[in-house]
Design a protein around this ligand. Structure first.
Ligand code: PRX
Length: 635
């Protein structure tokens, strides 16, 4: 019996139970039957949760690009692997076959090797959503270099932090990127970032926007001429199962971003398996995930998951509102998309616009629609289900994280009955538990708790680049022996999970995971600011928006608060990026602090949300009177 595909609910429970009773047999069989290996593993999994030490498929040898590309060439060489839909609808879409993808990746891999990149070197990729981005990722994987894709909306200083943290040797970028009616000057941002990054000796630049740029002698080169010269045959490096495949930075609740490290074999098995099942992938499907490849969703479900299954995956350069709000629907009709995977923030934004935009297009090709990145509210769920899925496409609300590598809790399309706002059941192999405040496992249903996972799964990130202690402290110390997700969840009467949101200091704004600390650091750099605290508050479209409580220095120089608000937002844009700008600001004299000096954020969250009902236990506050002052200041 194959475990790779679940066909009905009864089989789901069978596979699920097998995966819990005999996880080694379960994952071992999936790995053996569906992938190409140079050498088999010794142990399917070897772990010590207390030490945060997890290994999958020990001693196995493979190259993931053999599995994403070469393996398909015989049967699917002329099948489209990637459809590229440009920002401008008048520019022709590009169809790249598996044969062409193989050629492009080999050429790129050879260029990287010629430029001195070797197995284990880190390569920063700062590109728009164009085919070169997917090709660069795969070329790194081909030669065993570790890719570190940085979202092309981050500022120079945010990129620099990420490049320095993992000491990247090379940056792959473009002259610029198109996004709606804007052009983003990517090379200029990289030039500024690299002033602080001595490890980078080579920059390869793709031409996309024809923006005039500076080329630094000895460091920068145009990519195209190098590709033209390169051979289209490239031997794949033999990688160990646990060799790092990539680093992807995610926000932490404190300090600098965390470089989550994903390794080769486990990530491969997890993303391939979840893609196949959750989306009910079949051979002739055209899969479209609208995420940015700079986030984990793009890594796992635009690039790796689909290509591992020999699928056709769409990559879209633009935004849902350009040239108008019908763009998504137009693309679905144009490419006859069968699975459409997007984020609640996009759904809410589009649901606010006229229904005419949706109704003007034929969306009958769709069979599964999915959501990811934050809790989907009931109204958005129904709008998506009624108007996009025409009530016939299962809505797969998929819960997972950068840290988990792939989907963890989600309906399996056409197998698991869906329920609005519920991510429903864990996928086979995933063992979630809810923990109470006393750190005990909550048995039974209809309860809320902290969401942990009690057994390793193949896609789990193995460490934080350069800081294993932080990895251990962040994920394995709150609930010993378990992985703590940072999310709260509720389990209903039949065991379905509903994710209620972050329980730590991370705020999800328009699906972007933002740590409060780096934003506060940026605000505090403003000369007028003494201290600040930011929290999220509910926002109709973004899910959450940021509310800043700011204490000013007593210099009296900054009397114009409106200008000050603008300047503070500019500081945030420069240090973190425009996605982290504050929607609201309130100047206060003090912040509510405990005797140990910790800001009591739950109080600020309530004030920001306009909920003044019950502030709970404030006995540990040093300055309880400040609550009324801040509250009155808000009114
Ligand atoms: O709070 C959860 C929320 O997004 C967080 C992970 O963010 P990130 O690492 O950026 O990865 C996003 C894409 C996988 C989670 O801790 N989240 C993600 N998916 C859902 C969700 N919250 C509720 N429902 C979801 N389906």
């Amino acid at each position: 019996m194959s475990y790779y595909k679940v066909d009905n609910l009864e089989q789901y429970f069978k596979h699920y139970n097998k995966s819990v009773r005999e996880p080694r047999k379960f994952w071992g069989k999936i790995a053996e039957e569906n992938f190409t290996w140079y050498q088999q593993w010794e142990k399917v999994v070897d772990f010590n949760m207390a030490e945060a030490d997890i290994k999958w498929f020990t001693e196995a040898k493979l190259n993931i690009t053999k599995n994403t590309i070469d393996r398909h060439l015989n049967k699917r060489g002329t099948k489209t692997a990637i459809i590229f839909e440009p920002n401008d609808p008048n520019e022709e879409a590009l169809h790249i076959t598996y044969n062409e993808l193989h050629q492009r990746v080999c050429k790129m891999a050879n260029v990287l090797r010629e430029q001195g990149i070797q197995k284990g070197d880190r390569v920063c990729i700062y590109l728009p959503i164009i085919p070169e981005l997917a090709v660069s990722i795969l070329a790194c994987a081909r030669i065993g270099a570790i890719h570190s894709v940085v979202f092309a909306g981050f500022s120079a200083s945010a990129v620099a932090t990420r490049i320095m943290d993992s000491a990247c040797k090379m940056v792959l970028t473009a002259d610029g990127g198109f996004r709606g009616n804007k052009t983003i000057e990517l090379k200029e941002i990289i030039d500024e970032a690299l002033e602080k990054c001595p490890s980078v000796t080579r920059v390869l630049v793709t031409k996309r926007t024809n923006t005039p740029i500076q080329m630094k002698e000895g460091r920068d080169q145009w990519l195209q001429p190098l590709l033209e010269e390169a051979s289209d045959n490239s031997v794949a490096e033999i990688m160990d199962a646990e060799d790092p495949l990539f680093i992807l930075y995610t926000s932490g609740s404190t300090g600098k971003p965390k470089g989550m490290v994903h390794t080769t074999a486990g990530y491969m098995v997890h993303t391939a398996y979840t893609f196949k099942n959750v989306f009910n992938y079949e051979e002739n499907d055209i899969f479209w995930c609208t995420a940015d490849i700079g986030w984990i969703t793009g890594h796992s479900y635009i690039v790796y998951g689909p290509l591992l299954n020999g699928a056709t995956t769409v990559i879209f350069e633009g935004v849902p509102s350009y040239p108008d709000f019908s763009r998504f629907w137009q693309i679905i009709e144009k490419h006859q998309i069968t699975q459409f995977y997007t984020a609640p923030t996009a759904i809410r934004a589009l649901a606010k616009e006229s229904l005419e935009y949706v109704n003007s297009y034929q969306l009958q090709s769709l069979k599964v629609i999915g959501s990811v990145g934050e809790p989907i509210n009931e109204e958005a769920w129904h709008w998506f289900n009624d108007h996009v899925g025409a009530k016939k496409c299962p809505v797969v609300d998929t819960w997972w994280q950068t840290e988990t590598g792939g989907i963890m809790i989600a309906p399996i399309a056409f197998v698991t009955p869906t329920k609005p706002t519920y991510a429903t059941l864990p996928l086979p192999g995933i063992q979630p538990v809810l923990m109470d405040e006393k750190r005990n496992e909550i048995e039974g249903n209809q309860l809320v708790g902290s969401l942990c996972i009690k057994f390793p799964w193949p896609g789990i990130a193995r460490t934080i680049w350069g800081d294993h202690q932080r990895y251990k402290d962040t994920y394995f110390s709150d609930f010993p022996g378990k992985f703590f997700t940072g999310d709260g969840a509720l389990r209903d009467e039949v065991g379905y999970y509903r994710i209620t949101g972050r329980v730590d200091d991370v705020v999800i704004v328009s699906g972007h995971n933002l740590g409060t600390a780096p934003i506060e650091d940026a605000i505090n750099e403003h000369p007028a600011v003494a201290e600040s605290a930011i929290v999220g508050f509910p926002h109709e479209v973004k899910g959450n928006a940021l509310y800043g409580f700011v204490i000013l220095k007593e210099t009296g120089e900054y009397r114009n608060k409106e200008n000050l608000f603008k300047e503070i937002n500019q500081h945030i844009t420069d240090h973190v990026g425009p996605i982290a700008k504050l929607d609201k600001i309130q100047f206060v004299c003090e912040l509510p602090k405990t005797r140990s000096g910790k800001i009591m954020r739950r109080i600020l969250r309530k004030i920001a949300a306009g909920d003044f009902t019950d502030f709970g236990d404030t006995s540990t506050l040093l300055n309880p009177e400040i609550i009324d002052q801040i509250k009155d200041g808000k009114i």
